[in-house]
Design a protein around this ligand. Structure first.
Ligand code: FES
Length: 116
């Protein structure tokens, strides 16, 4: 089964082919935001794919449209809720925007960080 790894923390998990990057993030407790609940409407699940881009499902027009609204988009950008993993391992870097959204959705984790 392909392994998905999330940088910078290094969370990783093996998933069944066809699993989205967002689902893999949730299963591995990686800090990938999902403000719209994975419905291709918010861009908070934006990640940079560092390895395994050829293993991901093709980008469709809906994803392109939403990525246009994201911050700091690069050629390696994908929306975690739309990109599905095939057979090869994938390594992603979580964007600042996405991590910020994750903390907004998990205020208790932000409080823990502040408490040190
Ligand atoms: S979770 Fe909103 S676009 Fe992916």
């Amino acid at each position: 089964m392909p392994k998905v790894t999330f940088l910078p923390d290094g969370n990783s998990i093996e998933v069944a082919p066809g699993t989205t990057i967002l689902r893999a993030a949730q299963q591995s407790n990686a800090q990938v935001g999902f403000a719209c609940g994975g419905n291709c409407a918010c861009s908070t699940c934006h990640v940079y794919v560092k390895q395994g881009v050829e293993s991901l499902s093709e980008m469709e027009e809906d994803e392109e449209d939403i990525l246009d609204k994201a911050f700091d988009v690069k050629p390696t950008s994908r929306l975690g809720c739309q990109a599905k993993v095939a057979k090869e391992d994938v390594v992603c870097e979580i964007t600042r925007e996405s991590r910020q959204a994750w903390f907004d959705e998990h205020p208790e984790e932000r409080a823990k960080l502040k408490a040190g």
